[in-house]
Design a protein around this ligand. Structure first.
Ligand SMILES: [Zn+2]
Length: 258
């Protein structure tokens, strides 16, 4: 099944979801389904960095890769998880153009003034057992994911960040098992992908803390913040500094390097 999702054109993905989940709302750049469970809205994106490549998908133990180019598990692994969650009654949002113009999530944000979800979960992070929240964090929420076995990391962008900014609810982006995304060396760990599906299924019955970020804005500057690289810090700073400060930061970093 994941192989089918890897090679399908994105238009066909939208079509399949629309056919299978009749209550969903399909617009040109997104598909939105409010399921039986509404506390969590799961998000994945249908676009991949390159879709004109050929496919020769090969499995090696737990891993699959494409002998002929980019695999596209970023974010078709997320789409596969979203599909299985939707079958179990979860609420999902599939977006297009995450990798480029953000047209999908922007269209959704334009069409809906408010939503009933308490948290946005991105199924769009590399690796295994990691989560990020793009600068918006509350320990009540992070604690839930730590308990499920995830470690906190720093990330740069996913569509759930836009949802947080629009609807004032926290987000978490979870590892779905792809590695070396956007390159021909990309591969997908099937067990990592299944891990996140299973944890998300568990989450459906959890009581999610009801937190609006206006009430609780806690940037994770605590001493126990996980290890991060200079590059991570740099990306992270984009969200914290205003433009002028950001420019200065660049300039000082440049000077230091000379
Ligand atoms: Zn992605």
């Amino acid at each position: 099944m994941i192989k089918k999702f890897l090679i399908m054109p994105k238009e066909e993905i939208f079509y399949r979801f629309k056919e299978e989940f009749k209550d969903g709302i399909y617009k040109k750049n997104y598909f939105y389904l409010q399921g039986r469970y509404i506390d969590v809205l799961f998000n994945a994106h249908v676009d991949t960095v390159k879709r004109d490549n050929q496919f020769n998908i090969t499995q090696y133990g737990d891993f699959i890769y494409n002998r002929k180019g980019i695999l596209g598990a970023d974010d078709r692994a997320g789409i596969w998880i979203a599909y299985n969650l939707a079958k179990s009654g979860a609420s999902i949002l599939l977006t297009d153009y995450e990798e480029t113009t953000k047209a999908g999530v922007n269209a959704f944000c334009r069409d809906f003034d408010d939503v009933n979800h308490k948290i946005f979960i991105g199924l769009d992070r590399r690796g295994f057992k990691e989560f990020v929240n793009y600068g918006y964090a509350a320990e009540e929420i992070n604690g839930v994911f730590k308990k499920l076995g995830y470690k906190e990391k720093i990330g740069s962008y996913s569509d759930v960040l836009k949802l947080t900014e629009r609807y004032s609810r926290l987000n978490v982006n979870l590892s779905v098992g792809f590695y070396n995304e956007h390159t021909k060396d990309e591969y997908l760990s099937l067990s990592s992908m299944h891990f996140t599906l299973n944890k998300c299924l568990k989450l459906l019955s959890y009581q999610i803390p009801d937190i609006k970020i206006n009430d609780y804005l806690d940037f994770p500057f605590a001493d126990d913040f996980p290890d991060f690289t200079e590059e991570d810090l740099f990306k992270y700073r984009q969200y914290l500094l205003n433009e002028e400060e950001y420019e200065n930061y660049f300039r000082n970093a440049d000077k230091k390097n000379k």
